[in-house]
Design a protein around this ligand. Structure first.
Ligand code: CMC
Length: 431
């Protein structure tokens, strides 16, 4: 790739200088502007970071025009077809696919960290019965920083590893506790004889008074969804984890910040919002009315589950999940699913509409995922929590990558100030 430096002229002095151009292993070239303030006395203005690479990373690659998503170089569709969530977690965090022994050891360690301190359960039970589970999960994750002082030295690689196992292992337990609290049912302890997703389903749906069999179809579907949600390079929540983590705060605090960022409807909260929207649309006859609303800039209504900052083509994850919907609904005997039918029809109509075509707005990962969660009887308020459990792997991988970089500095964006210039204070009686 041609790394020809980019010529930049200083408008005040006319002096020309060269900006270094950096090339990744794939993807567009990147102008290195880090020397601009020192060499030219200027900053760049890029609200919402549409044109800014905030860091160097080796974890995930997206080609938004081609609809490509690679985890450590492996196409997500290959991983979805052949891998497991635990294997993908290992891949994202350690950088390579594990050997059979490495995978076994990793699974074993995650399994043995699934219990949470009973005090954390009491925190969950202190919430009001109708608290949103994302509020509970972000609070309980932040509270973990008050429990694991034995392994919170961010400069110790072994401490960082123990943290990474703990958080990935305990997130499903924390989520299940939130779910059971909302239902008013007793908490179900983790079972170490079950795999990651099966254990989670058991904690969600078992009750102490009768046996419960985890449906392998449900466990497999969840595992696949988790693979697809595991990482997505520098999205809003991952960037939040990096920014919080760059201050040197403990990793539980950083992950809790990520959970909060994920909650918004423009990000992970969209999966819950899509189902609300489909229910509101109600029938195919109402689709044009809702599309008109989505196009009307004064309405604040957006077609949830559509559009993406990076994908200007089909989100590859949405394609896989749409196929998965057909298979999972068939296996669960729910072929006649009116919300899925409506979603398919909405996609078909939107993708023929000039507004969506010209802006390259396609279904994203959140458009179909809620259909599967609802088929698995996971309550709607838990959908974004499901996303958070899977994305924790990505957050951890990015936090580890950042913290282990000796060149790490605190993240500190600048601004274009447009407020008042200096003025003198006037006493209140004279105003
Ligand atoms: N419905 C209607 N119009 C849309 C939509 C939508 N869902 N998404 C984008 N647009 C319009 C937008 O108004 C803009 O129009 P114009 O050029 O006339 O001003 C144009 O398309 C370009 O969009 P943008 O605002 O520059 O896009 P963005 O990169 O800032 O935002 C997004 C990306 C995902 C936040 C946005 O598409 C959106 O709000 N989608 C709905 C919420 C959603 O599904 N979020 C999940 C994202 S994927 C998973 C995840 O990140 O968690």
């Amino acid at each position: 790739m041609d790394n020809k430096p980019f010529e930049l002229a200083n408008p005040a002095t006319g002096v020309k200088s060269l900006l270094p151009v950096r090339a990744g292993t794939i993807g567009p070239q990147v102008l290195d502007i880090s020397g601009l303030p020192k060499d030219h006395g200027v900053f760049t203005f890029d609200p919402a970071f549409g044109a800014t690479a905030s860091c160097e990373s080796k974890i995930t690659y997206i080609d938004g025009d081609a609809g490509v998503l690679l985890y450590r170089g492996y196409p997500v569709d290959q991983l979805a077809a052949h891998s497991s969530f635990m294997e993908v977690a290992y891949l994202l965090i350690y950088g390579n696919l594990p050997s059979a022994k490495e995978l076994d050891t990793y699974r074993g360690s995650i399994t043995r960290h699934t219990m949470i301190n009973e005090s954390l359960l009491r925190f969950t039970n202190g919430f009001h019965h109708n608290a949103h589970p994302m509020a509970m999960v972000s609070a309980v994750v932040a509270s973990m920083s008050a429990f694991y002082y034995d392994s919170m030295d961010i400069h110790d690689p072994r401490h960082r590893e123990i943290f990474s196992h703990r958080i990935i292992a305990k997130l499903p337990t924390i989520a299940a506790a939130a779910h059971k609290h909302a239902l008013g049912q007793p908490f179900i302890y983790p079972r170490n004889d079950l795999a990651y997703c099966a254990n989670m389903l058991n904690m969600f749906f078992a009750v102490p008074c009768e046996p419960y069999e985890v449906d392998p179809v449900a466990a497999q579907a969840l595992d696949l969804l988790f693979i697809l949600h595991a990482d997505h390079e520098q999205n809003a929540s991952t960037s939040t984890v990096r920014l919080a983590g760059s201050t040197g705060t403990n990793p539980y605090a950083a992950i809790s910040a990520g959970v909060s960022a994920l909650w918004g409807p423009a990000h992970g909260g969209a999966n819950e919002a899509v189902l609300d929207m489909l229910e509101e649309i109600g029938s195919a006859a109402n689709i044009p009315k809702f599309l008109d609303m989505a196009k009307d800039k004064s309405s604040h209504f957006k077609l949830m589950g559509f559009g993406h900052r990076v994908y200007k083509n089909f989100d590859p994850r949405a394609k896989i999940i749409r196929e998965m919907c057909h298979k999972v609904l068939a296996k669960l005997g729910q072929t006649d699913n009116p919300l899925f039918e409506l979603a398919l029809r909405l996609e078909e109509i939107a993708l023929k509409d000039e507004y969506f075509v010209s802006r390259k707005l396609y279904p994203n990962v959140d458009f179909y995922s809620g259909i599967i969660y609802s088929a698995l009887k996971i309550p709607r308020s838990m959908y974004t929590v499901m996303f958070a459990i899977a994305r924790t792997v990505g957050w951890v991988a990015h936090w580890l990558e950042m913290i282990s970089d000796p060149a790490m500095r605190i993240g500190r964006p600048r601004q274009l100030y447009t407020g008042p210039t200096q003025r003198d204070y006037v006493a209140v009686a004279k105003r």
